[in-house]
Each structure stands twice: as C-alpha cells, then as structure tokens.
Design a binder for this molecule. Sequence first.
Ligand SMILES: Cc1ncc(COP(=O)(O)O)c(C=O)c1O
Length: 465
Amino acid sequence: MTGPASSHSLTSPNSLHARDIAYSLHPYTNARRHEQIGPLIIKGGDGIHVFDDSGNRYIEGMAGLWNAALGFNEERLIEAGVKQLREQPYYHNFNHRAHPAAIEFAERLVKVAPEGLTKVFFANSGSEANDTVIKLVRYFNNALGRRSKKKIIARLRGYHGITIGAGSLTGLPLNHDDFDLPIPGILHTACPHHYRYAEKGESEEAYATRLAEQLEAMILEEGPDTVAAFIGEPIMGAGGVIVPPRTYWEKVQAVCRRYDVLVAVDEVICGFGRTGHMFACETFNIEPDLLVLSKQITSGYQPLSAVLMTSRIYDAVADNSNRIGSFGHGFTTGAHPVAMAVALESLNVYEERDIVGHVRDVAGVFEERLRSFANHPIVGEVRCCGLIGALEFVADKETKTAFAQPGMLGSYLMQRALANGLMARQVGDGVAFAPPLIITKSQINDMFDRFSRALDDAYKWHREA
Ligand SMILES: Cc1ncc(COP(=O)(O)O)c(C=O)c1O
C-alpha cells in the first residue's frame, strides 16, 4: 500500500481517488496495482513538509523529485510566476524572436555557470535537454565534417530521462525493457560503484584508473573517429545515489580529451547547490563541454531545463545553421516566460539566502546522521555528498549479498516511512534522501529519527518473515 486511501474513497465514484484511477496512467507506477490501492493525494506543502488529502503531514525527504530546493510554498517564486503571467504570459524564441524574461535569465545563468560555457539553449525537461545534447553532438560533428563521429558513451545505471534519445542514454533495464531501447549509437560503460564493483582490496583511486582504462579501451575498440561524447551525472541519482570513486572524473576527462570526445555533464539533480557547490562540476573538478540543468533551476515550480555549451560547440552549430538556413530544433514552450521568471527568482533567492553556504553548513549533520546507520545489521553501504545520500541494504554485510527478493524490504520500508510521516525514495533495496535545500539541522534530525523508526519496523518485519 503506497497511499492511505480508505476503501470508501476508492469505491465512491466521485472521490478524487476513484477519478484518478478512472482516468490516469501514472509514470513509474504499476498500473494494475494502482487500480487496487489508488493514489496518495498530496494537496499542498509548507516548507519541507507536504500534506495529503486526509491532513497527514510528511517531511519530503526527496524534495518531490529531487527538485523543490526551496520547499513547497516559497512566496517569492509564486509571486514571480504570477507577476510574469500578468506581464507576459507567453511568447517564444523561435525565428529571431526573444522576450525580456528569457534574455535576462540566459545572461544570469551563463554568468553563474562553470567557466567556459558561453551559450544556453532552453527546453522543458531533463529528458528534452538530454535529447538536445544528442542532437547538438551530432550537429556539431556534422558541421566539422566528421560524419562518422557520432557515438555517445553513457554508463550502466546512469539516468538521463525517458524520451527515445535520453532513455537510450539511461542505463537502467526498466527504462529499456519493452521500449525497444537503446537506439543504435549509444553505448554504456561501467557504473562507477566502488562498493559493488571494485575488486577485493582495490582502492578507490585504483578502481577509478581501471574504469578510465575500460573507457579508453571502449573508445579504441569502437574507433576514436566514431566516438563523439561521453555523458554522466556527477553523482548518479536515480541509479542509487552512486558517488564516484576518488579521482574518477579527472581520469575519465583525461581519456575523453585524448580522443576529442566531448564531456557532457548531466547536473539535472546535482545543479544549484545539492552537492555543496552551485554546480557539482566544481565539487568534482569537471570542465564540461555541455552541461545539462533542470529541476532545482526553478525549484520545481515550473518545467524548465537548460543545455549550456562552450563557444567551440556554439560556433560550429551557428556556422552549420547558417549553411542550412536555420537551426532546426526547438520546443514551443522552451524558454517559457513564466519558467524564466521563476528561474531568475530562484537564482536570486539562492544567492541572497546563500543556499549553497547553508547546504555546506547543514551537510555535516546530514552525513553524520546518515552514517550512523552504517552499523545497522542490514545496512551495507552509506553514500553521501552535500544534501544527497543513500543507504544500501544487504542480507549479509560480510558478503554484500543482496536480498533474495529484490525490492521487498525497500517497499515495506517505504510504507513504514510514510506511516512515520516521511517521504523518501526506494532505490532497489536501498533508500535515497535529497531533501529541500532549505532543511535545517533540527529538521534533518527529525527526518532521520522518523527514518530510524521505519527502519527498525522494516528490520523486525524482515526477521519475522
Ligand atoms: C540526472 C537526470 N537527468 C535527466 C532526468 C530527466 O528529467 P525529466 O524527468 O525532467 O525528463 C532526470 C530525472 O530525474 C535526472 O535525474
């Protein structure tokens, strides 16, 4: 049971629950099970809390979908959106058109972005932005006359979204199975998870070297003149909050540079303070050619994503658009004025309230509380960086053996978390936390106190099963 819908509300045809079941196909949901249990209907929020239609309050330990950095009722963002709707509710930026909100936000974003990124293209979602990356990589290489340099290397367990292109970059079976993905030209190299995949006694650095060598071998085997780009999340999010081994990014970048393979960084989750820097590129010393942003760009209040690029890429794309007559790519609601206004105000709030400084200030308590679960009998690994973290559960800590029925314990734990007034995210037999960035130290303690009770319940259930 995911939601607290009463059987009455499910059978009463006019209830929100029944109408939801009647008309909606939900993303990332077992549709048949949903018909039986119905939705958990969230009606609003207050800071880091959300509340359901029965009045139950939950700490939103995932900031929604890793995005509501400023919580669930930030007046400044609401006002910015309303004001923009009054002033200019819609215009687009196709065909030499522009509007003030997009001009202003593009300038601010490029100025705050990692050095070397000089132009931005706007879309509506992380998936659209990653599809845009694939297309920019192709267009760029065609512009340079390198017509065979098109392959993109992503990683197993990476997550880049679900459209045909972005879903192909994603390296999770659930996103490929029965969707006939990935498309040709997308390859997947190893997932950089030291706990799971390093050899016995292998240091993080040695493991990172081995992964970089594997990447290089893949590029050489495919032919460097066919490999155009490498894409990765600085920390893998949906794949389980995998913090890469020390020196990983430096080594991977060096390999890419050696073969003129573009480095595309997907900061859809990490961007705007999550790791304790404005961008995780700073946290991991990455110098991206392409940078993908979304989610916290508007604190989730408006759909928006952005692809930032170097002058080298922009110039080739610009020349090619001149040769063809136009850059044949764009979304009707890309750079939507309301999204631009909310994004601009989000950036204002991040800067005025020093949200990045706040994340660094509270990250110690977050990490300490998360690491305190390391001694729990079923916690195999604790992973953490800034205000993103995860626990991985194992049946046997010595051998790191996973549970015989994957996901069962995680599902039960999520039910217990809800019953204790906490939303977290199940990742296999693990749990991820990415609370709103405004969370305070005492709220972090409250969050993990609730989680601790849920974990004890789940452990008891597991032992009795
Ligand atoms: C790293 C990363 N990239 C891309 C996406 C896809 O974004 P969207 O769901 O907005 O298409 C996500 C979504 O969680 C993500 O975590």
